[in-house]
Ligand binder design. Structure first.
Ligand SMILES: Cc1cc2nc3c(=O)[nH]c(=O)nc-3n(C[C@H](O)[C@H](O)[C@H](O)COP(=O)(O)OP(=O)(O)OC[C@H]3O[C@@H](n4cnc5c(N)ncnc54)[C@H](O)[C@@H]3O)c2cc1C
Length: 445
């Protein structure tokens, strides 16, 4: 018997048991993926319990209050290509599209850093005539590029075959980093990167990504989803239709299906019995992507017209998000995100990364220190569980949402399913996992 056939379930308050019945679906993790799949499943008439170990839903999409501004955990920009699924799930975020990068930072011939406004880069003499035409030609061909042939080609190999100028390659790598958060041209798939660049328009969300979290959480509750925070899951056993989810405090919860939106390694650690070695190897070889983030709240910006800066010869990012989104009721406050894209090797050093980011700010916003009223340094944020690699053949190389050999178990997140990158991968895999479960239910009726 499914929830849709039981009476009164939609009226049940949060954090209650399911009237002694197994849940139709238990979802581990109330980030964007967990919230989204919970809404589709509950709308399909199933009873859904959403568990999170944190004290609030949202995961990495949560924003926090800093000096009366809503500040994301590092710079977050919503790719507009993900809006359709969010809207389907009931989230309609307001916000604005930021302008293009206005400044690029290159290494000068004396070894120092030089910040070039875009206009000077395109009209001045730093880039030679043939370099400018190479850059423009590459960009104008982008939309027509057949990416299917390039999924298993590394970005580095592709750029070397297309672009002769090192400076043009550096400028393009800056645009790749801002679209993928990944500083690993020798690893990532050229095909997947070009797809991402083609769908590169983003939105800075009013109120920060917490707005998405709030809208999805409210929608999930309205659809009848029970949400329990402070509930770390330690073990998942069984297979459809008799699965059990164990919480760390020993609580056992029964369900017909389980979706894990925890990361690949955490998901593997929860499974009892363990996955077959071959399947586990697919999870284990995913390469996480990290960034060092410096988040600032400033009432005044020394150079207000410098809004969006990318390092070309350096993996740096600067953006005044308040230039495009409303992030505080106080219109004089600006939320500024500064970031270093970290190498996948893990060879980073939090203290020297911070000194590097502060030096970057000294270059583009001299005197910034005296204007900061609140700051937060997050030295090693997990941006994505899985870089989209050429070795894996692009996004198709990520684990599928249905876990092989474990009927009833599904995964979703920015490391699962064949579509999208970053939160768009979370959204697509979340919807796909929900649809797969609903489709089985339809067949079983
Ligand atoms: C600095 C930074 C910048 C980013 N910028 C962008 C951007 O510009 N554009 C973009 O598209 N994406 C961006 N992202 C990525 C985006 O935030 C994530 O892809 C997305 O939020 C992931 O959502 P999720 O639900 O898949 O995973 P998560 O948000 O990680 O949610 C998983 C949830 O599972 C819970 N959980 C884990 N294990 C357990 C357990 N054992 N028991 C119970 N609960 C558990 C966690 O507490 C968490 O809430 C950025 C990320 C960071 C960190």
């Amino acid at each position: 018997m499914y929830a849709s056939e039981r009476k009164g379930l939609k009226d049940m308050p949060d954090n209650q048991s399911n009237n002694g019945q197994p849940w139709d679906v238990i979802i581990v993790g109330a980030g964007i993926a967990g919230l989204t799949s919970s809404i589709f499943l509950a709308q399909g008439g199933l009873s859904v319990l959403l568990l999170d170990k944190g004290s609030q839903p949202g995961g990495r999409a949560a924003s926090t209050g800093m000096a009366s501004a809503s500040v994301n955990l590092g710079a977050h920009a919503l790719f507009k290509s993900g809006l359709a699924i969010l809207q389907e799930a009931g989230a309609v975020p307001a916000g604005s599209v930021p302008g293009p990068p206005d400044t690029f930072v290159f290494k000068g011939e004396d070894g120092g850093s030089i910040a070039f406004p875009l206009s000077r880069l395109l009209l001045g003499s730093f880039l030679k005539w043939h370099e400018k035409t190479e850059l423009i030609r590459f960009y104008s061909r982008l939309r027509r590029t057949d990416t299917s042939r390039l999924q298993a080609v590394t970005l580095q190999a592709y750029l070397e075959s297309q672009i002769s100028s090192m400076r043009v390659r550096s400028a393009l790598l800056a645009l790749v980093r801002v679209s993928t958060y990944c500083d690993a041209p020798g690893l990532i798939s050229a095909g997947a990167v070009i797809e991402q660049l083609k769908h590169g328009q983003v939105l800075y969300v009013d109120g920060g990504w917490q707005t998405l979290v709030k809208q999805l959480t409210n929608h999930a509750r309205k659809a009848g989803v029970s949400i329990r925070t402070g509930s770390p899951v330690s073990k998942i056993t069984g297979s459809h239709p008799e699965m059990t989810v164990f919480l760390k405090d020993g609580t056992q919860l029964n369900s017909r299906y389980v979706i894990s939106t925890a990361g690949p390694k955490d998901t593997l650690a929860m499974l009892d019995p363990a996955l077959e070695a071959e399947e586990a190897a697919v999870y284990n070889k995913l390469i996480p992507v990290h960034a060092a983030c410096l988040d600032l709240v400033m009432p005044e910006i020394p150079r207000p017209r410098t809004r969006f800066v990318l390092g070309a010869d350096y993996p740096w990012y600067y953006s005044n998000h308040s230039a495009a989104a409303v992030l505080s009721e106080d219109p004089t406050l600006a939320v500024v995100h500064v970031m270093k894209y970290l190498p996948p090797s893990g060879a980073d050093d939090p203290a020297s990364d911070r000194v590097e980011l502060e030096g970057f700010l000294d270059l583009i916003q001299p005197g910034w220190r005296s204007h900061v009223i609140k700051q937060r340094y997050l030295p090693r944020m997990l941006v994505s569980h899985a870089a989209v690699t050429a070795e894996g053949g692009g996004t198709a190389g990520r684990p599928g949402v249905a876990v092989a050999g474990r009927p009833g178990l599904y995964v979703a997140g920015d490391w699962a399913g064949p579509v999208g990158m970053l939160v768009n991968a979370s959204l697509h895999s979340a919807r796909q996992a929900a649809r797969s479960i609903l489709a089985i239910r339809e067949v079983g009726k």
